[in-house]
Design a protein around this ligand. Structure first.
Ligand code: MAN
Length: 561
């Protein structure tokens, strides 16, 4: 840095040496340091780095490392300029801002040379000071009102804590009584269930016996049916049924080609050469039964299909004869449909059918083919016809009904006690969890638990529920996006209750989970006053509440000015 010697600079140096307002204090020096600047002696740099003749103070040349010899010029990079700002708050600015054309001090003192002969910066301190005082007075008023309200919140918190404490005691008492009572109810239930079980066992045995008898009867009926079928198939009455005898039974024509082939018949022989009556009952009958039942139900009305047998006499067709020629005298009624089916299904003999009949027949065939699809064989299991369901209770005598009613009542009482105990546990946990949270130094934030506050901006409505969660919702619909669950107080040491943190919200696409930091301000009402998203998925909220208002320092805001 070089010493600028010109008349203008000399004038500046002279002008800057002395503050226009304080004759003995050089420009830019604050009152506390005034004694270090004595025109009668050399100036000692404040950091002890050297000393210079007093004439070099504010001469626009930097001599001291700490810039203390140039408080009123921009010559030292480390220099500090003090503006008194009379009527408002005094200010210290980096001296690099002195005479830079920008008004930093409200009294304009930092721009003392910029417009040496014209006023660049007007002194606005009185006006600004008045506004600041008014704002401070308004803030003090809010703080005072808020602080009063806060006292009410503290009282309410005490009342709530006491009420909840009493609730916990009452519930704990109810719980221990109920636990003792539950054992009595269990004993009563077991005592009522024993005779009930005895009575029900009696009915169960009765039903089992009935069921056994019914099964026996069904087995008997099946045996009779099997024996009748056996007699019908055993055309030569030699006491055994062979493949050829099955081949006359068209119901067993599974591929529906009009004949029961050897392969088809052998399917029902199931690897046997022949069946006697016993092996027939065991093996063949259960296999054939579903086919023969189907055969019986799928038989068309013979009156609607004239001359199916190929006779051209126009009369009811003859029955297909048993190849044995022996006929089936005494064949039971139940098998008649099968015989009629034989007439219908002899496609090979239908050359003389007219086309209409043929169409009908084809339609019938299609239907039959579905029914007889070899890929889709009916179940070989014998299915007894469904019985109407009888409600067991309809059968119980009055004594049993009473026993059941008493056992039901005892069961219900026991289950009610168990349910109440579970509910009590849940309620107790919730109460204790609510009481254990940190609600501020005097519990002043407690009344906010359970409440939610909203703020709506252009795109979203934000919701903040203290001690619970924060969320966001599109203004024009859609679901809530969770911004975080209650985490903790996050304020700095000594001001812990000035920030709330909600964390672990919904994951942000390609980013962290959402979180929200809530700045707590003093206000007369509880209000979520502003929300921003300074970084993607990181939200900042501002919440006003009386709970954050502090007692005013004696003398009020005027003292600060
Ligand atoms: C949603 C909102 C926004 C957020 C984006 C991130 O649109 O939660 O606040 O910035 O998701 O993808």
């Amino acid at each position: 840095m070089t010493l600028r010697v010109s008349s203008a600079v000399a004038l500046v140096a002279l002008a800057s040496l002395l503050s226009p307002t304080l004759a003995i204090r050089p420009r830019g020096v604050r009152a506390e340091l005034a004694t270090f600047y004595n025109p009668a002696s050399d100036f000692a740099c404040l950091d002890g780095s050297g000393s210079v003749p007093f004439i070099q103070v504010n001469d626009d040349y930097c001599d001291c490392d700490d810039g203390s010899d140039e408080p009123g010029t921009a010559a030292c990079p480390e220099g500090k300029f003090y503006c008194e700002n009379k009527g408002h708050k005094s200010l210290i600015i980096p001296s690099s801002r002195v005479n830079d054309g920008i008004c930093d001090c409200c009294d304009g003192s930092d721009e003392w040379a910029t417009g040496l002969f014209t006023c660049v910066c007007a002194d606005e301190c009185m006006e600004l000071g008045r506004e600041a005082r008014e704002a401070a007075i308004a803030a003090a008023k809010v703080a005072a009102q808020g602080y009063n309200i806060k006292q009410g919140m503290i009282e309410e918190a005490k009342r709530l804590q006491q009420e909840r404490g009493e609730e916990v005691v009452a519930k704990e008492r109810e719980k221990s009584e109920l636990e003792a009572n539950k054992e009595q109810l269990r004993a009563a239930k077991e005592a009522a269930e024993a005779p009930e079980k005895e009575a029900l066992d009696f009915y169960r045995q009765l039903e089992e016996e009935e069921q056994r008898k019914k099964t026996e009867l069904e087995q008997l009926a099946r045996d009779v049916e099997a024996e009748e079928l056996f007699a019908a198939l055993d055309a030569n009455v030699d006491g055994v049924v062979v493949v050829q005898e099955l081949q006359v039974r068209l119901g067993l024509d599974t591929d529906k080609d009009g004949v029961v082939s050897v392969e088809e018949a052998q399917f029902f022989m199931s690897g046997h050469e022949e069946f006697d009556i016993e092996s027939f009952k065991q093996v063949a009958f259960p296999l054939m039964k579903p086919y023969l039942d189907l055969e019986a139900t799928s038989t068309p009305d013979p009156s609607s299909s004239d001359d199916l047998e190929g006779d051209d006499d126009g009369e009811t067709p003859d029955l297909v004869q048993d190849p044995s020629g022996a006929g089936t005298p005494g064949q039971p009624e139940v098998y008649d449909p099968w015989r009629q089916n034989q007439q219908v299904d002899t496609d090979a003999d239908t050359d003389n059918l007219d086309s209409e009949d043929q169409d009908d027949d084809e339609a019938l065939d299609e239907e039959d083919e579905d029914d007889y699809d070899i890929e889709n064989l009916p179940s070989h299991e014998y299915q007894p016809p469904a019985e109407p369901v009888i409600q067991p209770s309809d059968r119980y005598d009055d004594k049993t009904r009473n026993l059941i009613a008493e056992a039901d009542k005892a069961r219900k009482e026991f289950e009610d006690a168990e349910r109440r105990l579970r509910d009590l546990d849940r309620e107790l946990n919730k109460l204790k969890e609510g009481m254990d949270k940190d609600y501020g130094l005097d519990g002043e934030f407690m009344v906010l638990a359970g409440q939610c506050f909203e703020y709506t901006e252009n795109q979203y409505t934000y919701k903040m529920c203290p001690f619970d969660h924060a969320s966001q919702r599109e203004k024009h619909g859609g679901g809530d996006t969770r911004l975080g669950s209650w985490g903790s107080w996050e304020g700095p040491a000594g001001a812990r209750y000035t920030k709330m943190k909600f964390s672990n919200g919904q994951g942000c696409w390609n980013g962290p989970s959402r979180s929200a930091l809530v700045h707590i301000h003093c206000g007369t009402d509880n209000e979520l006053s502003h929300v921003t998203e300074p970084n993607r998925c990181e939200y900042e909220m501002h919440f006003k509440t009386p709970a954050a208002c502090q007692k005013l320092a004696p003398g009020g805001p005027h003292d600060e000015l």
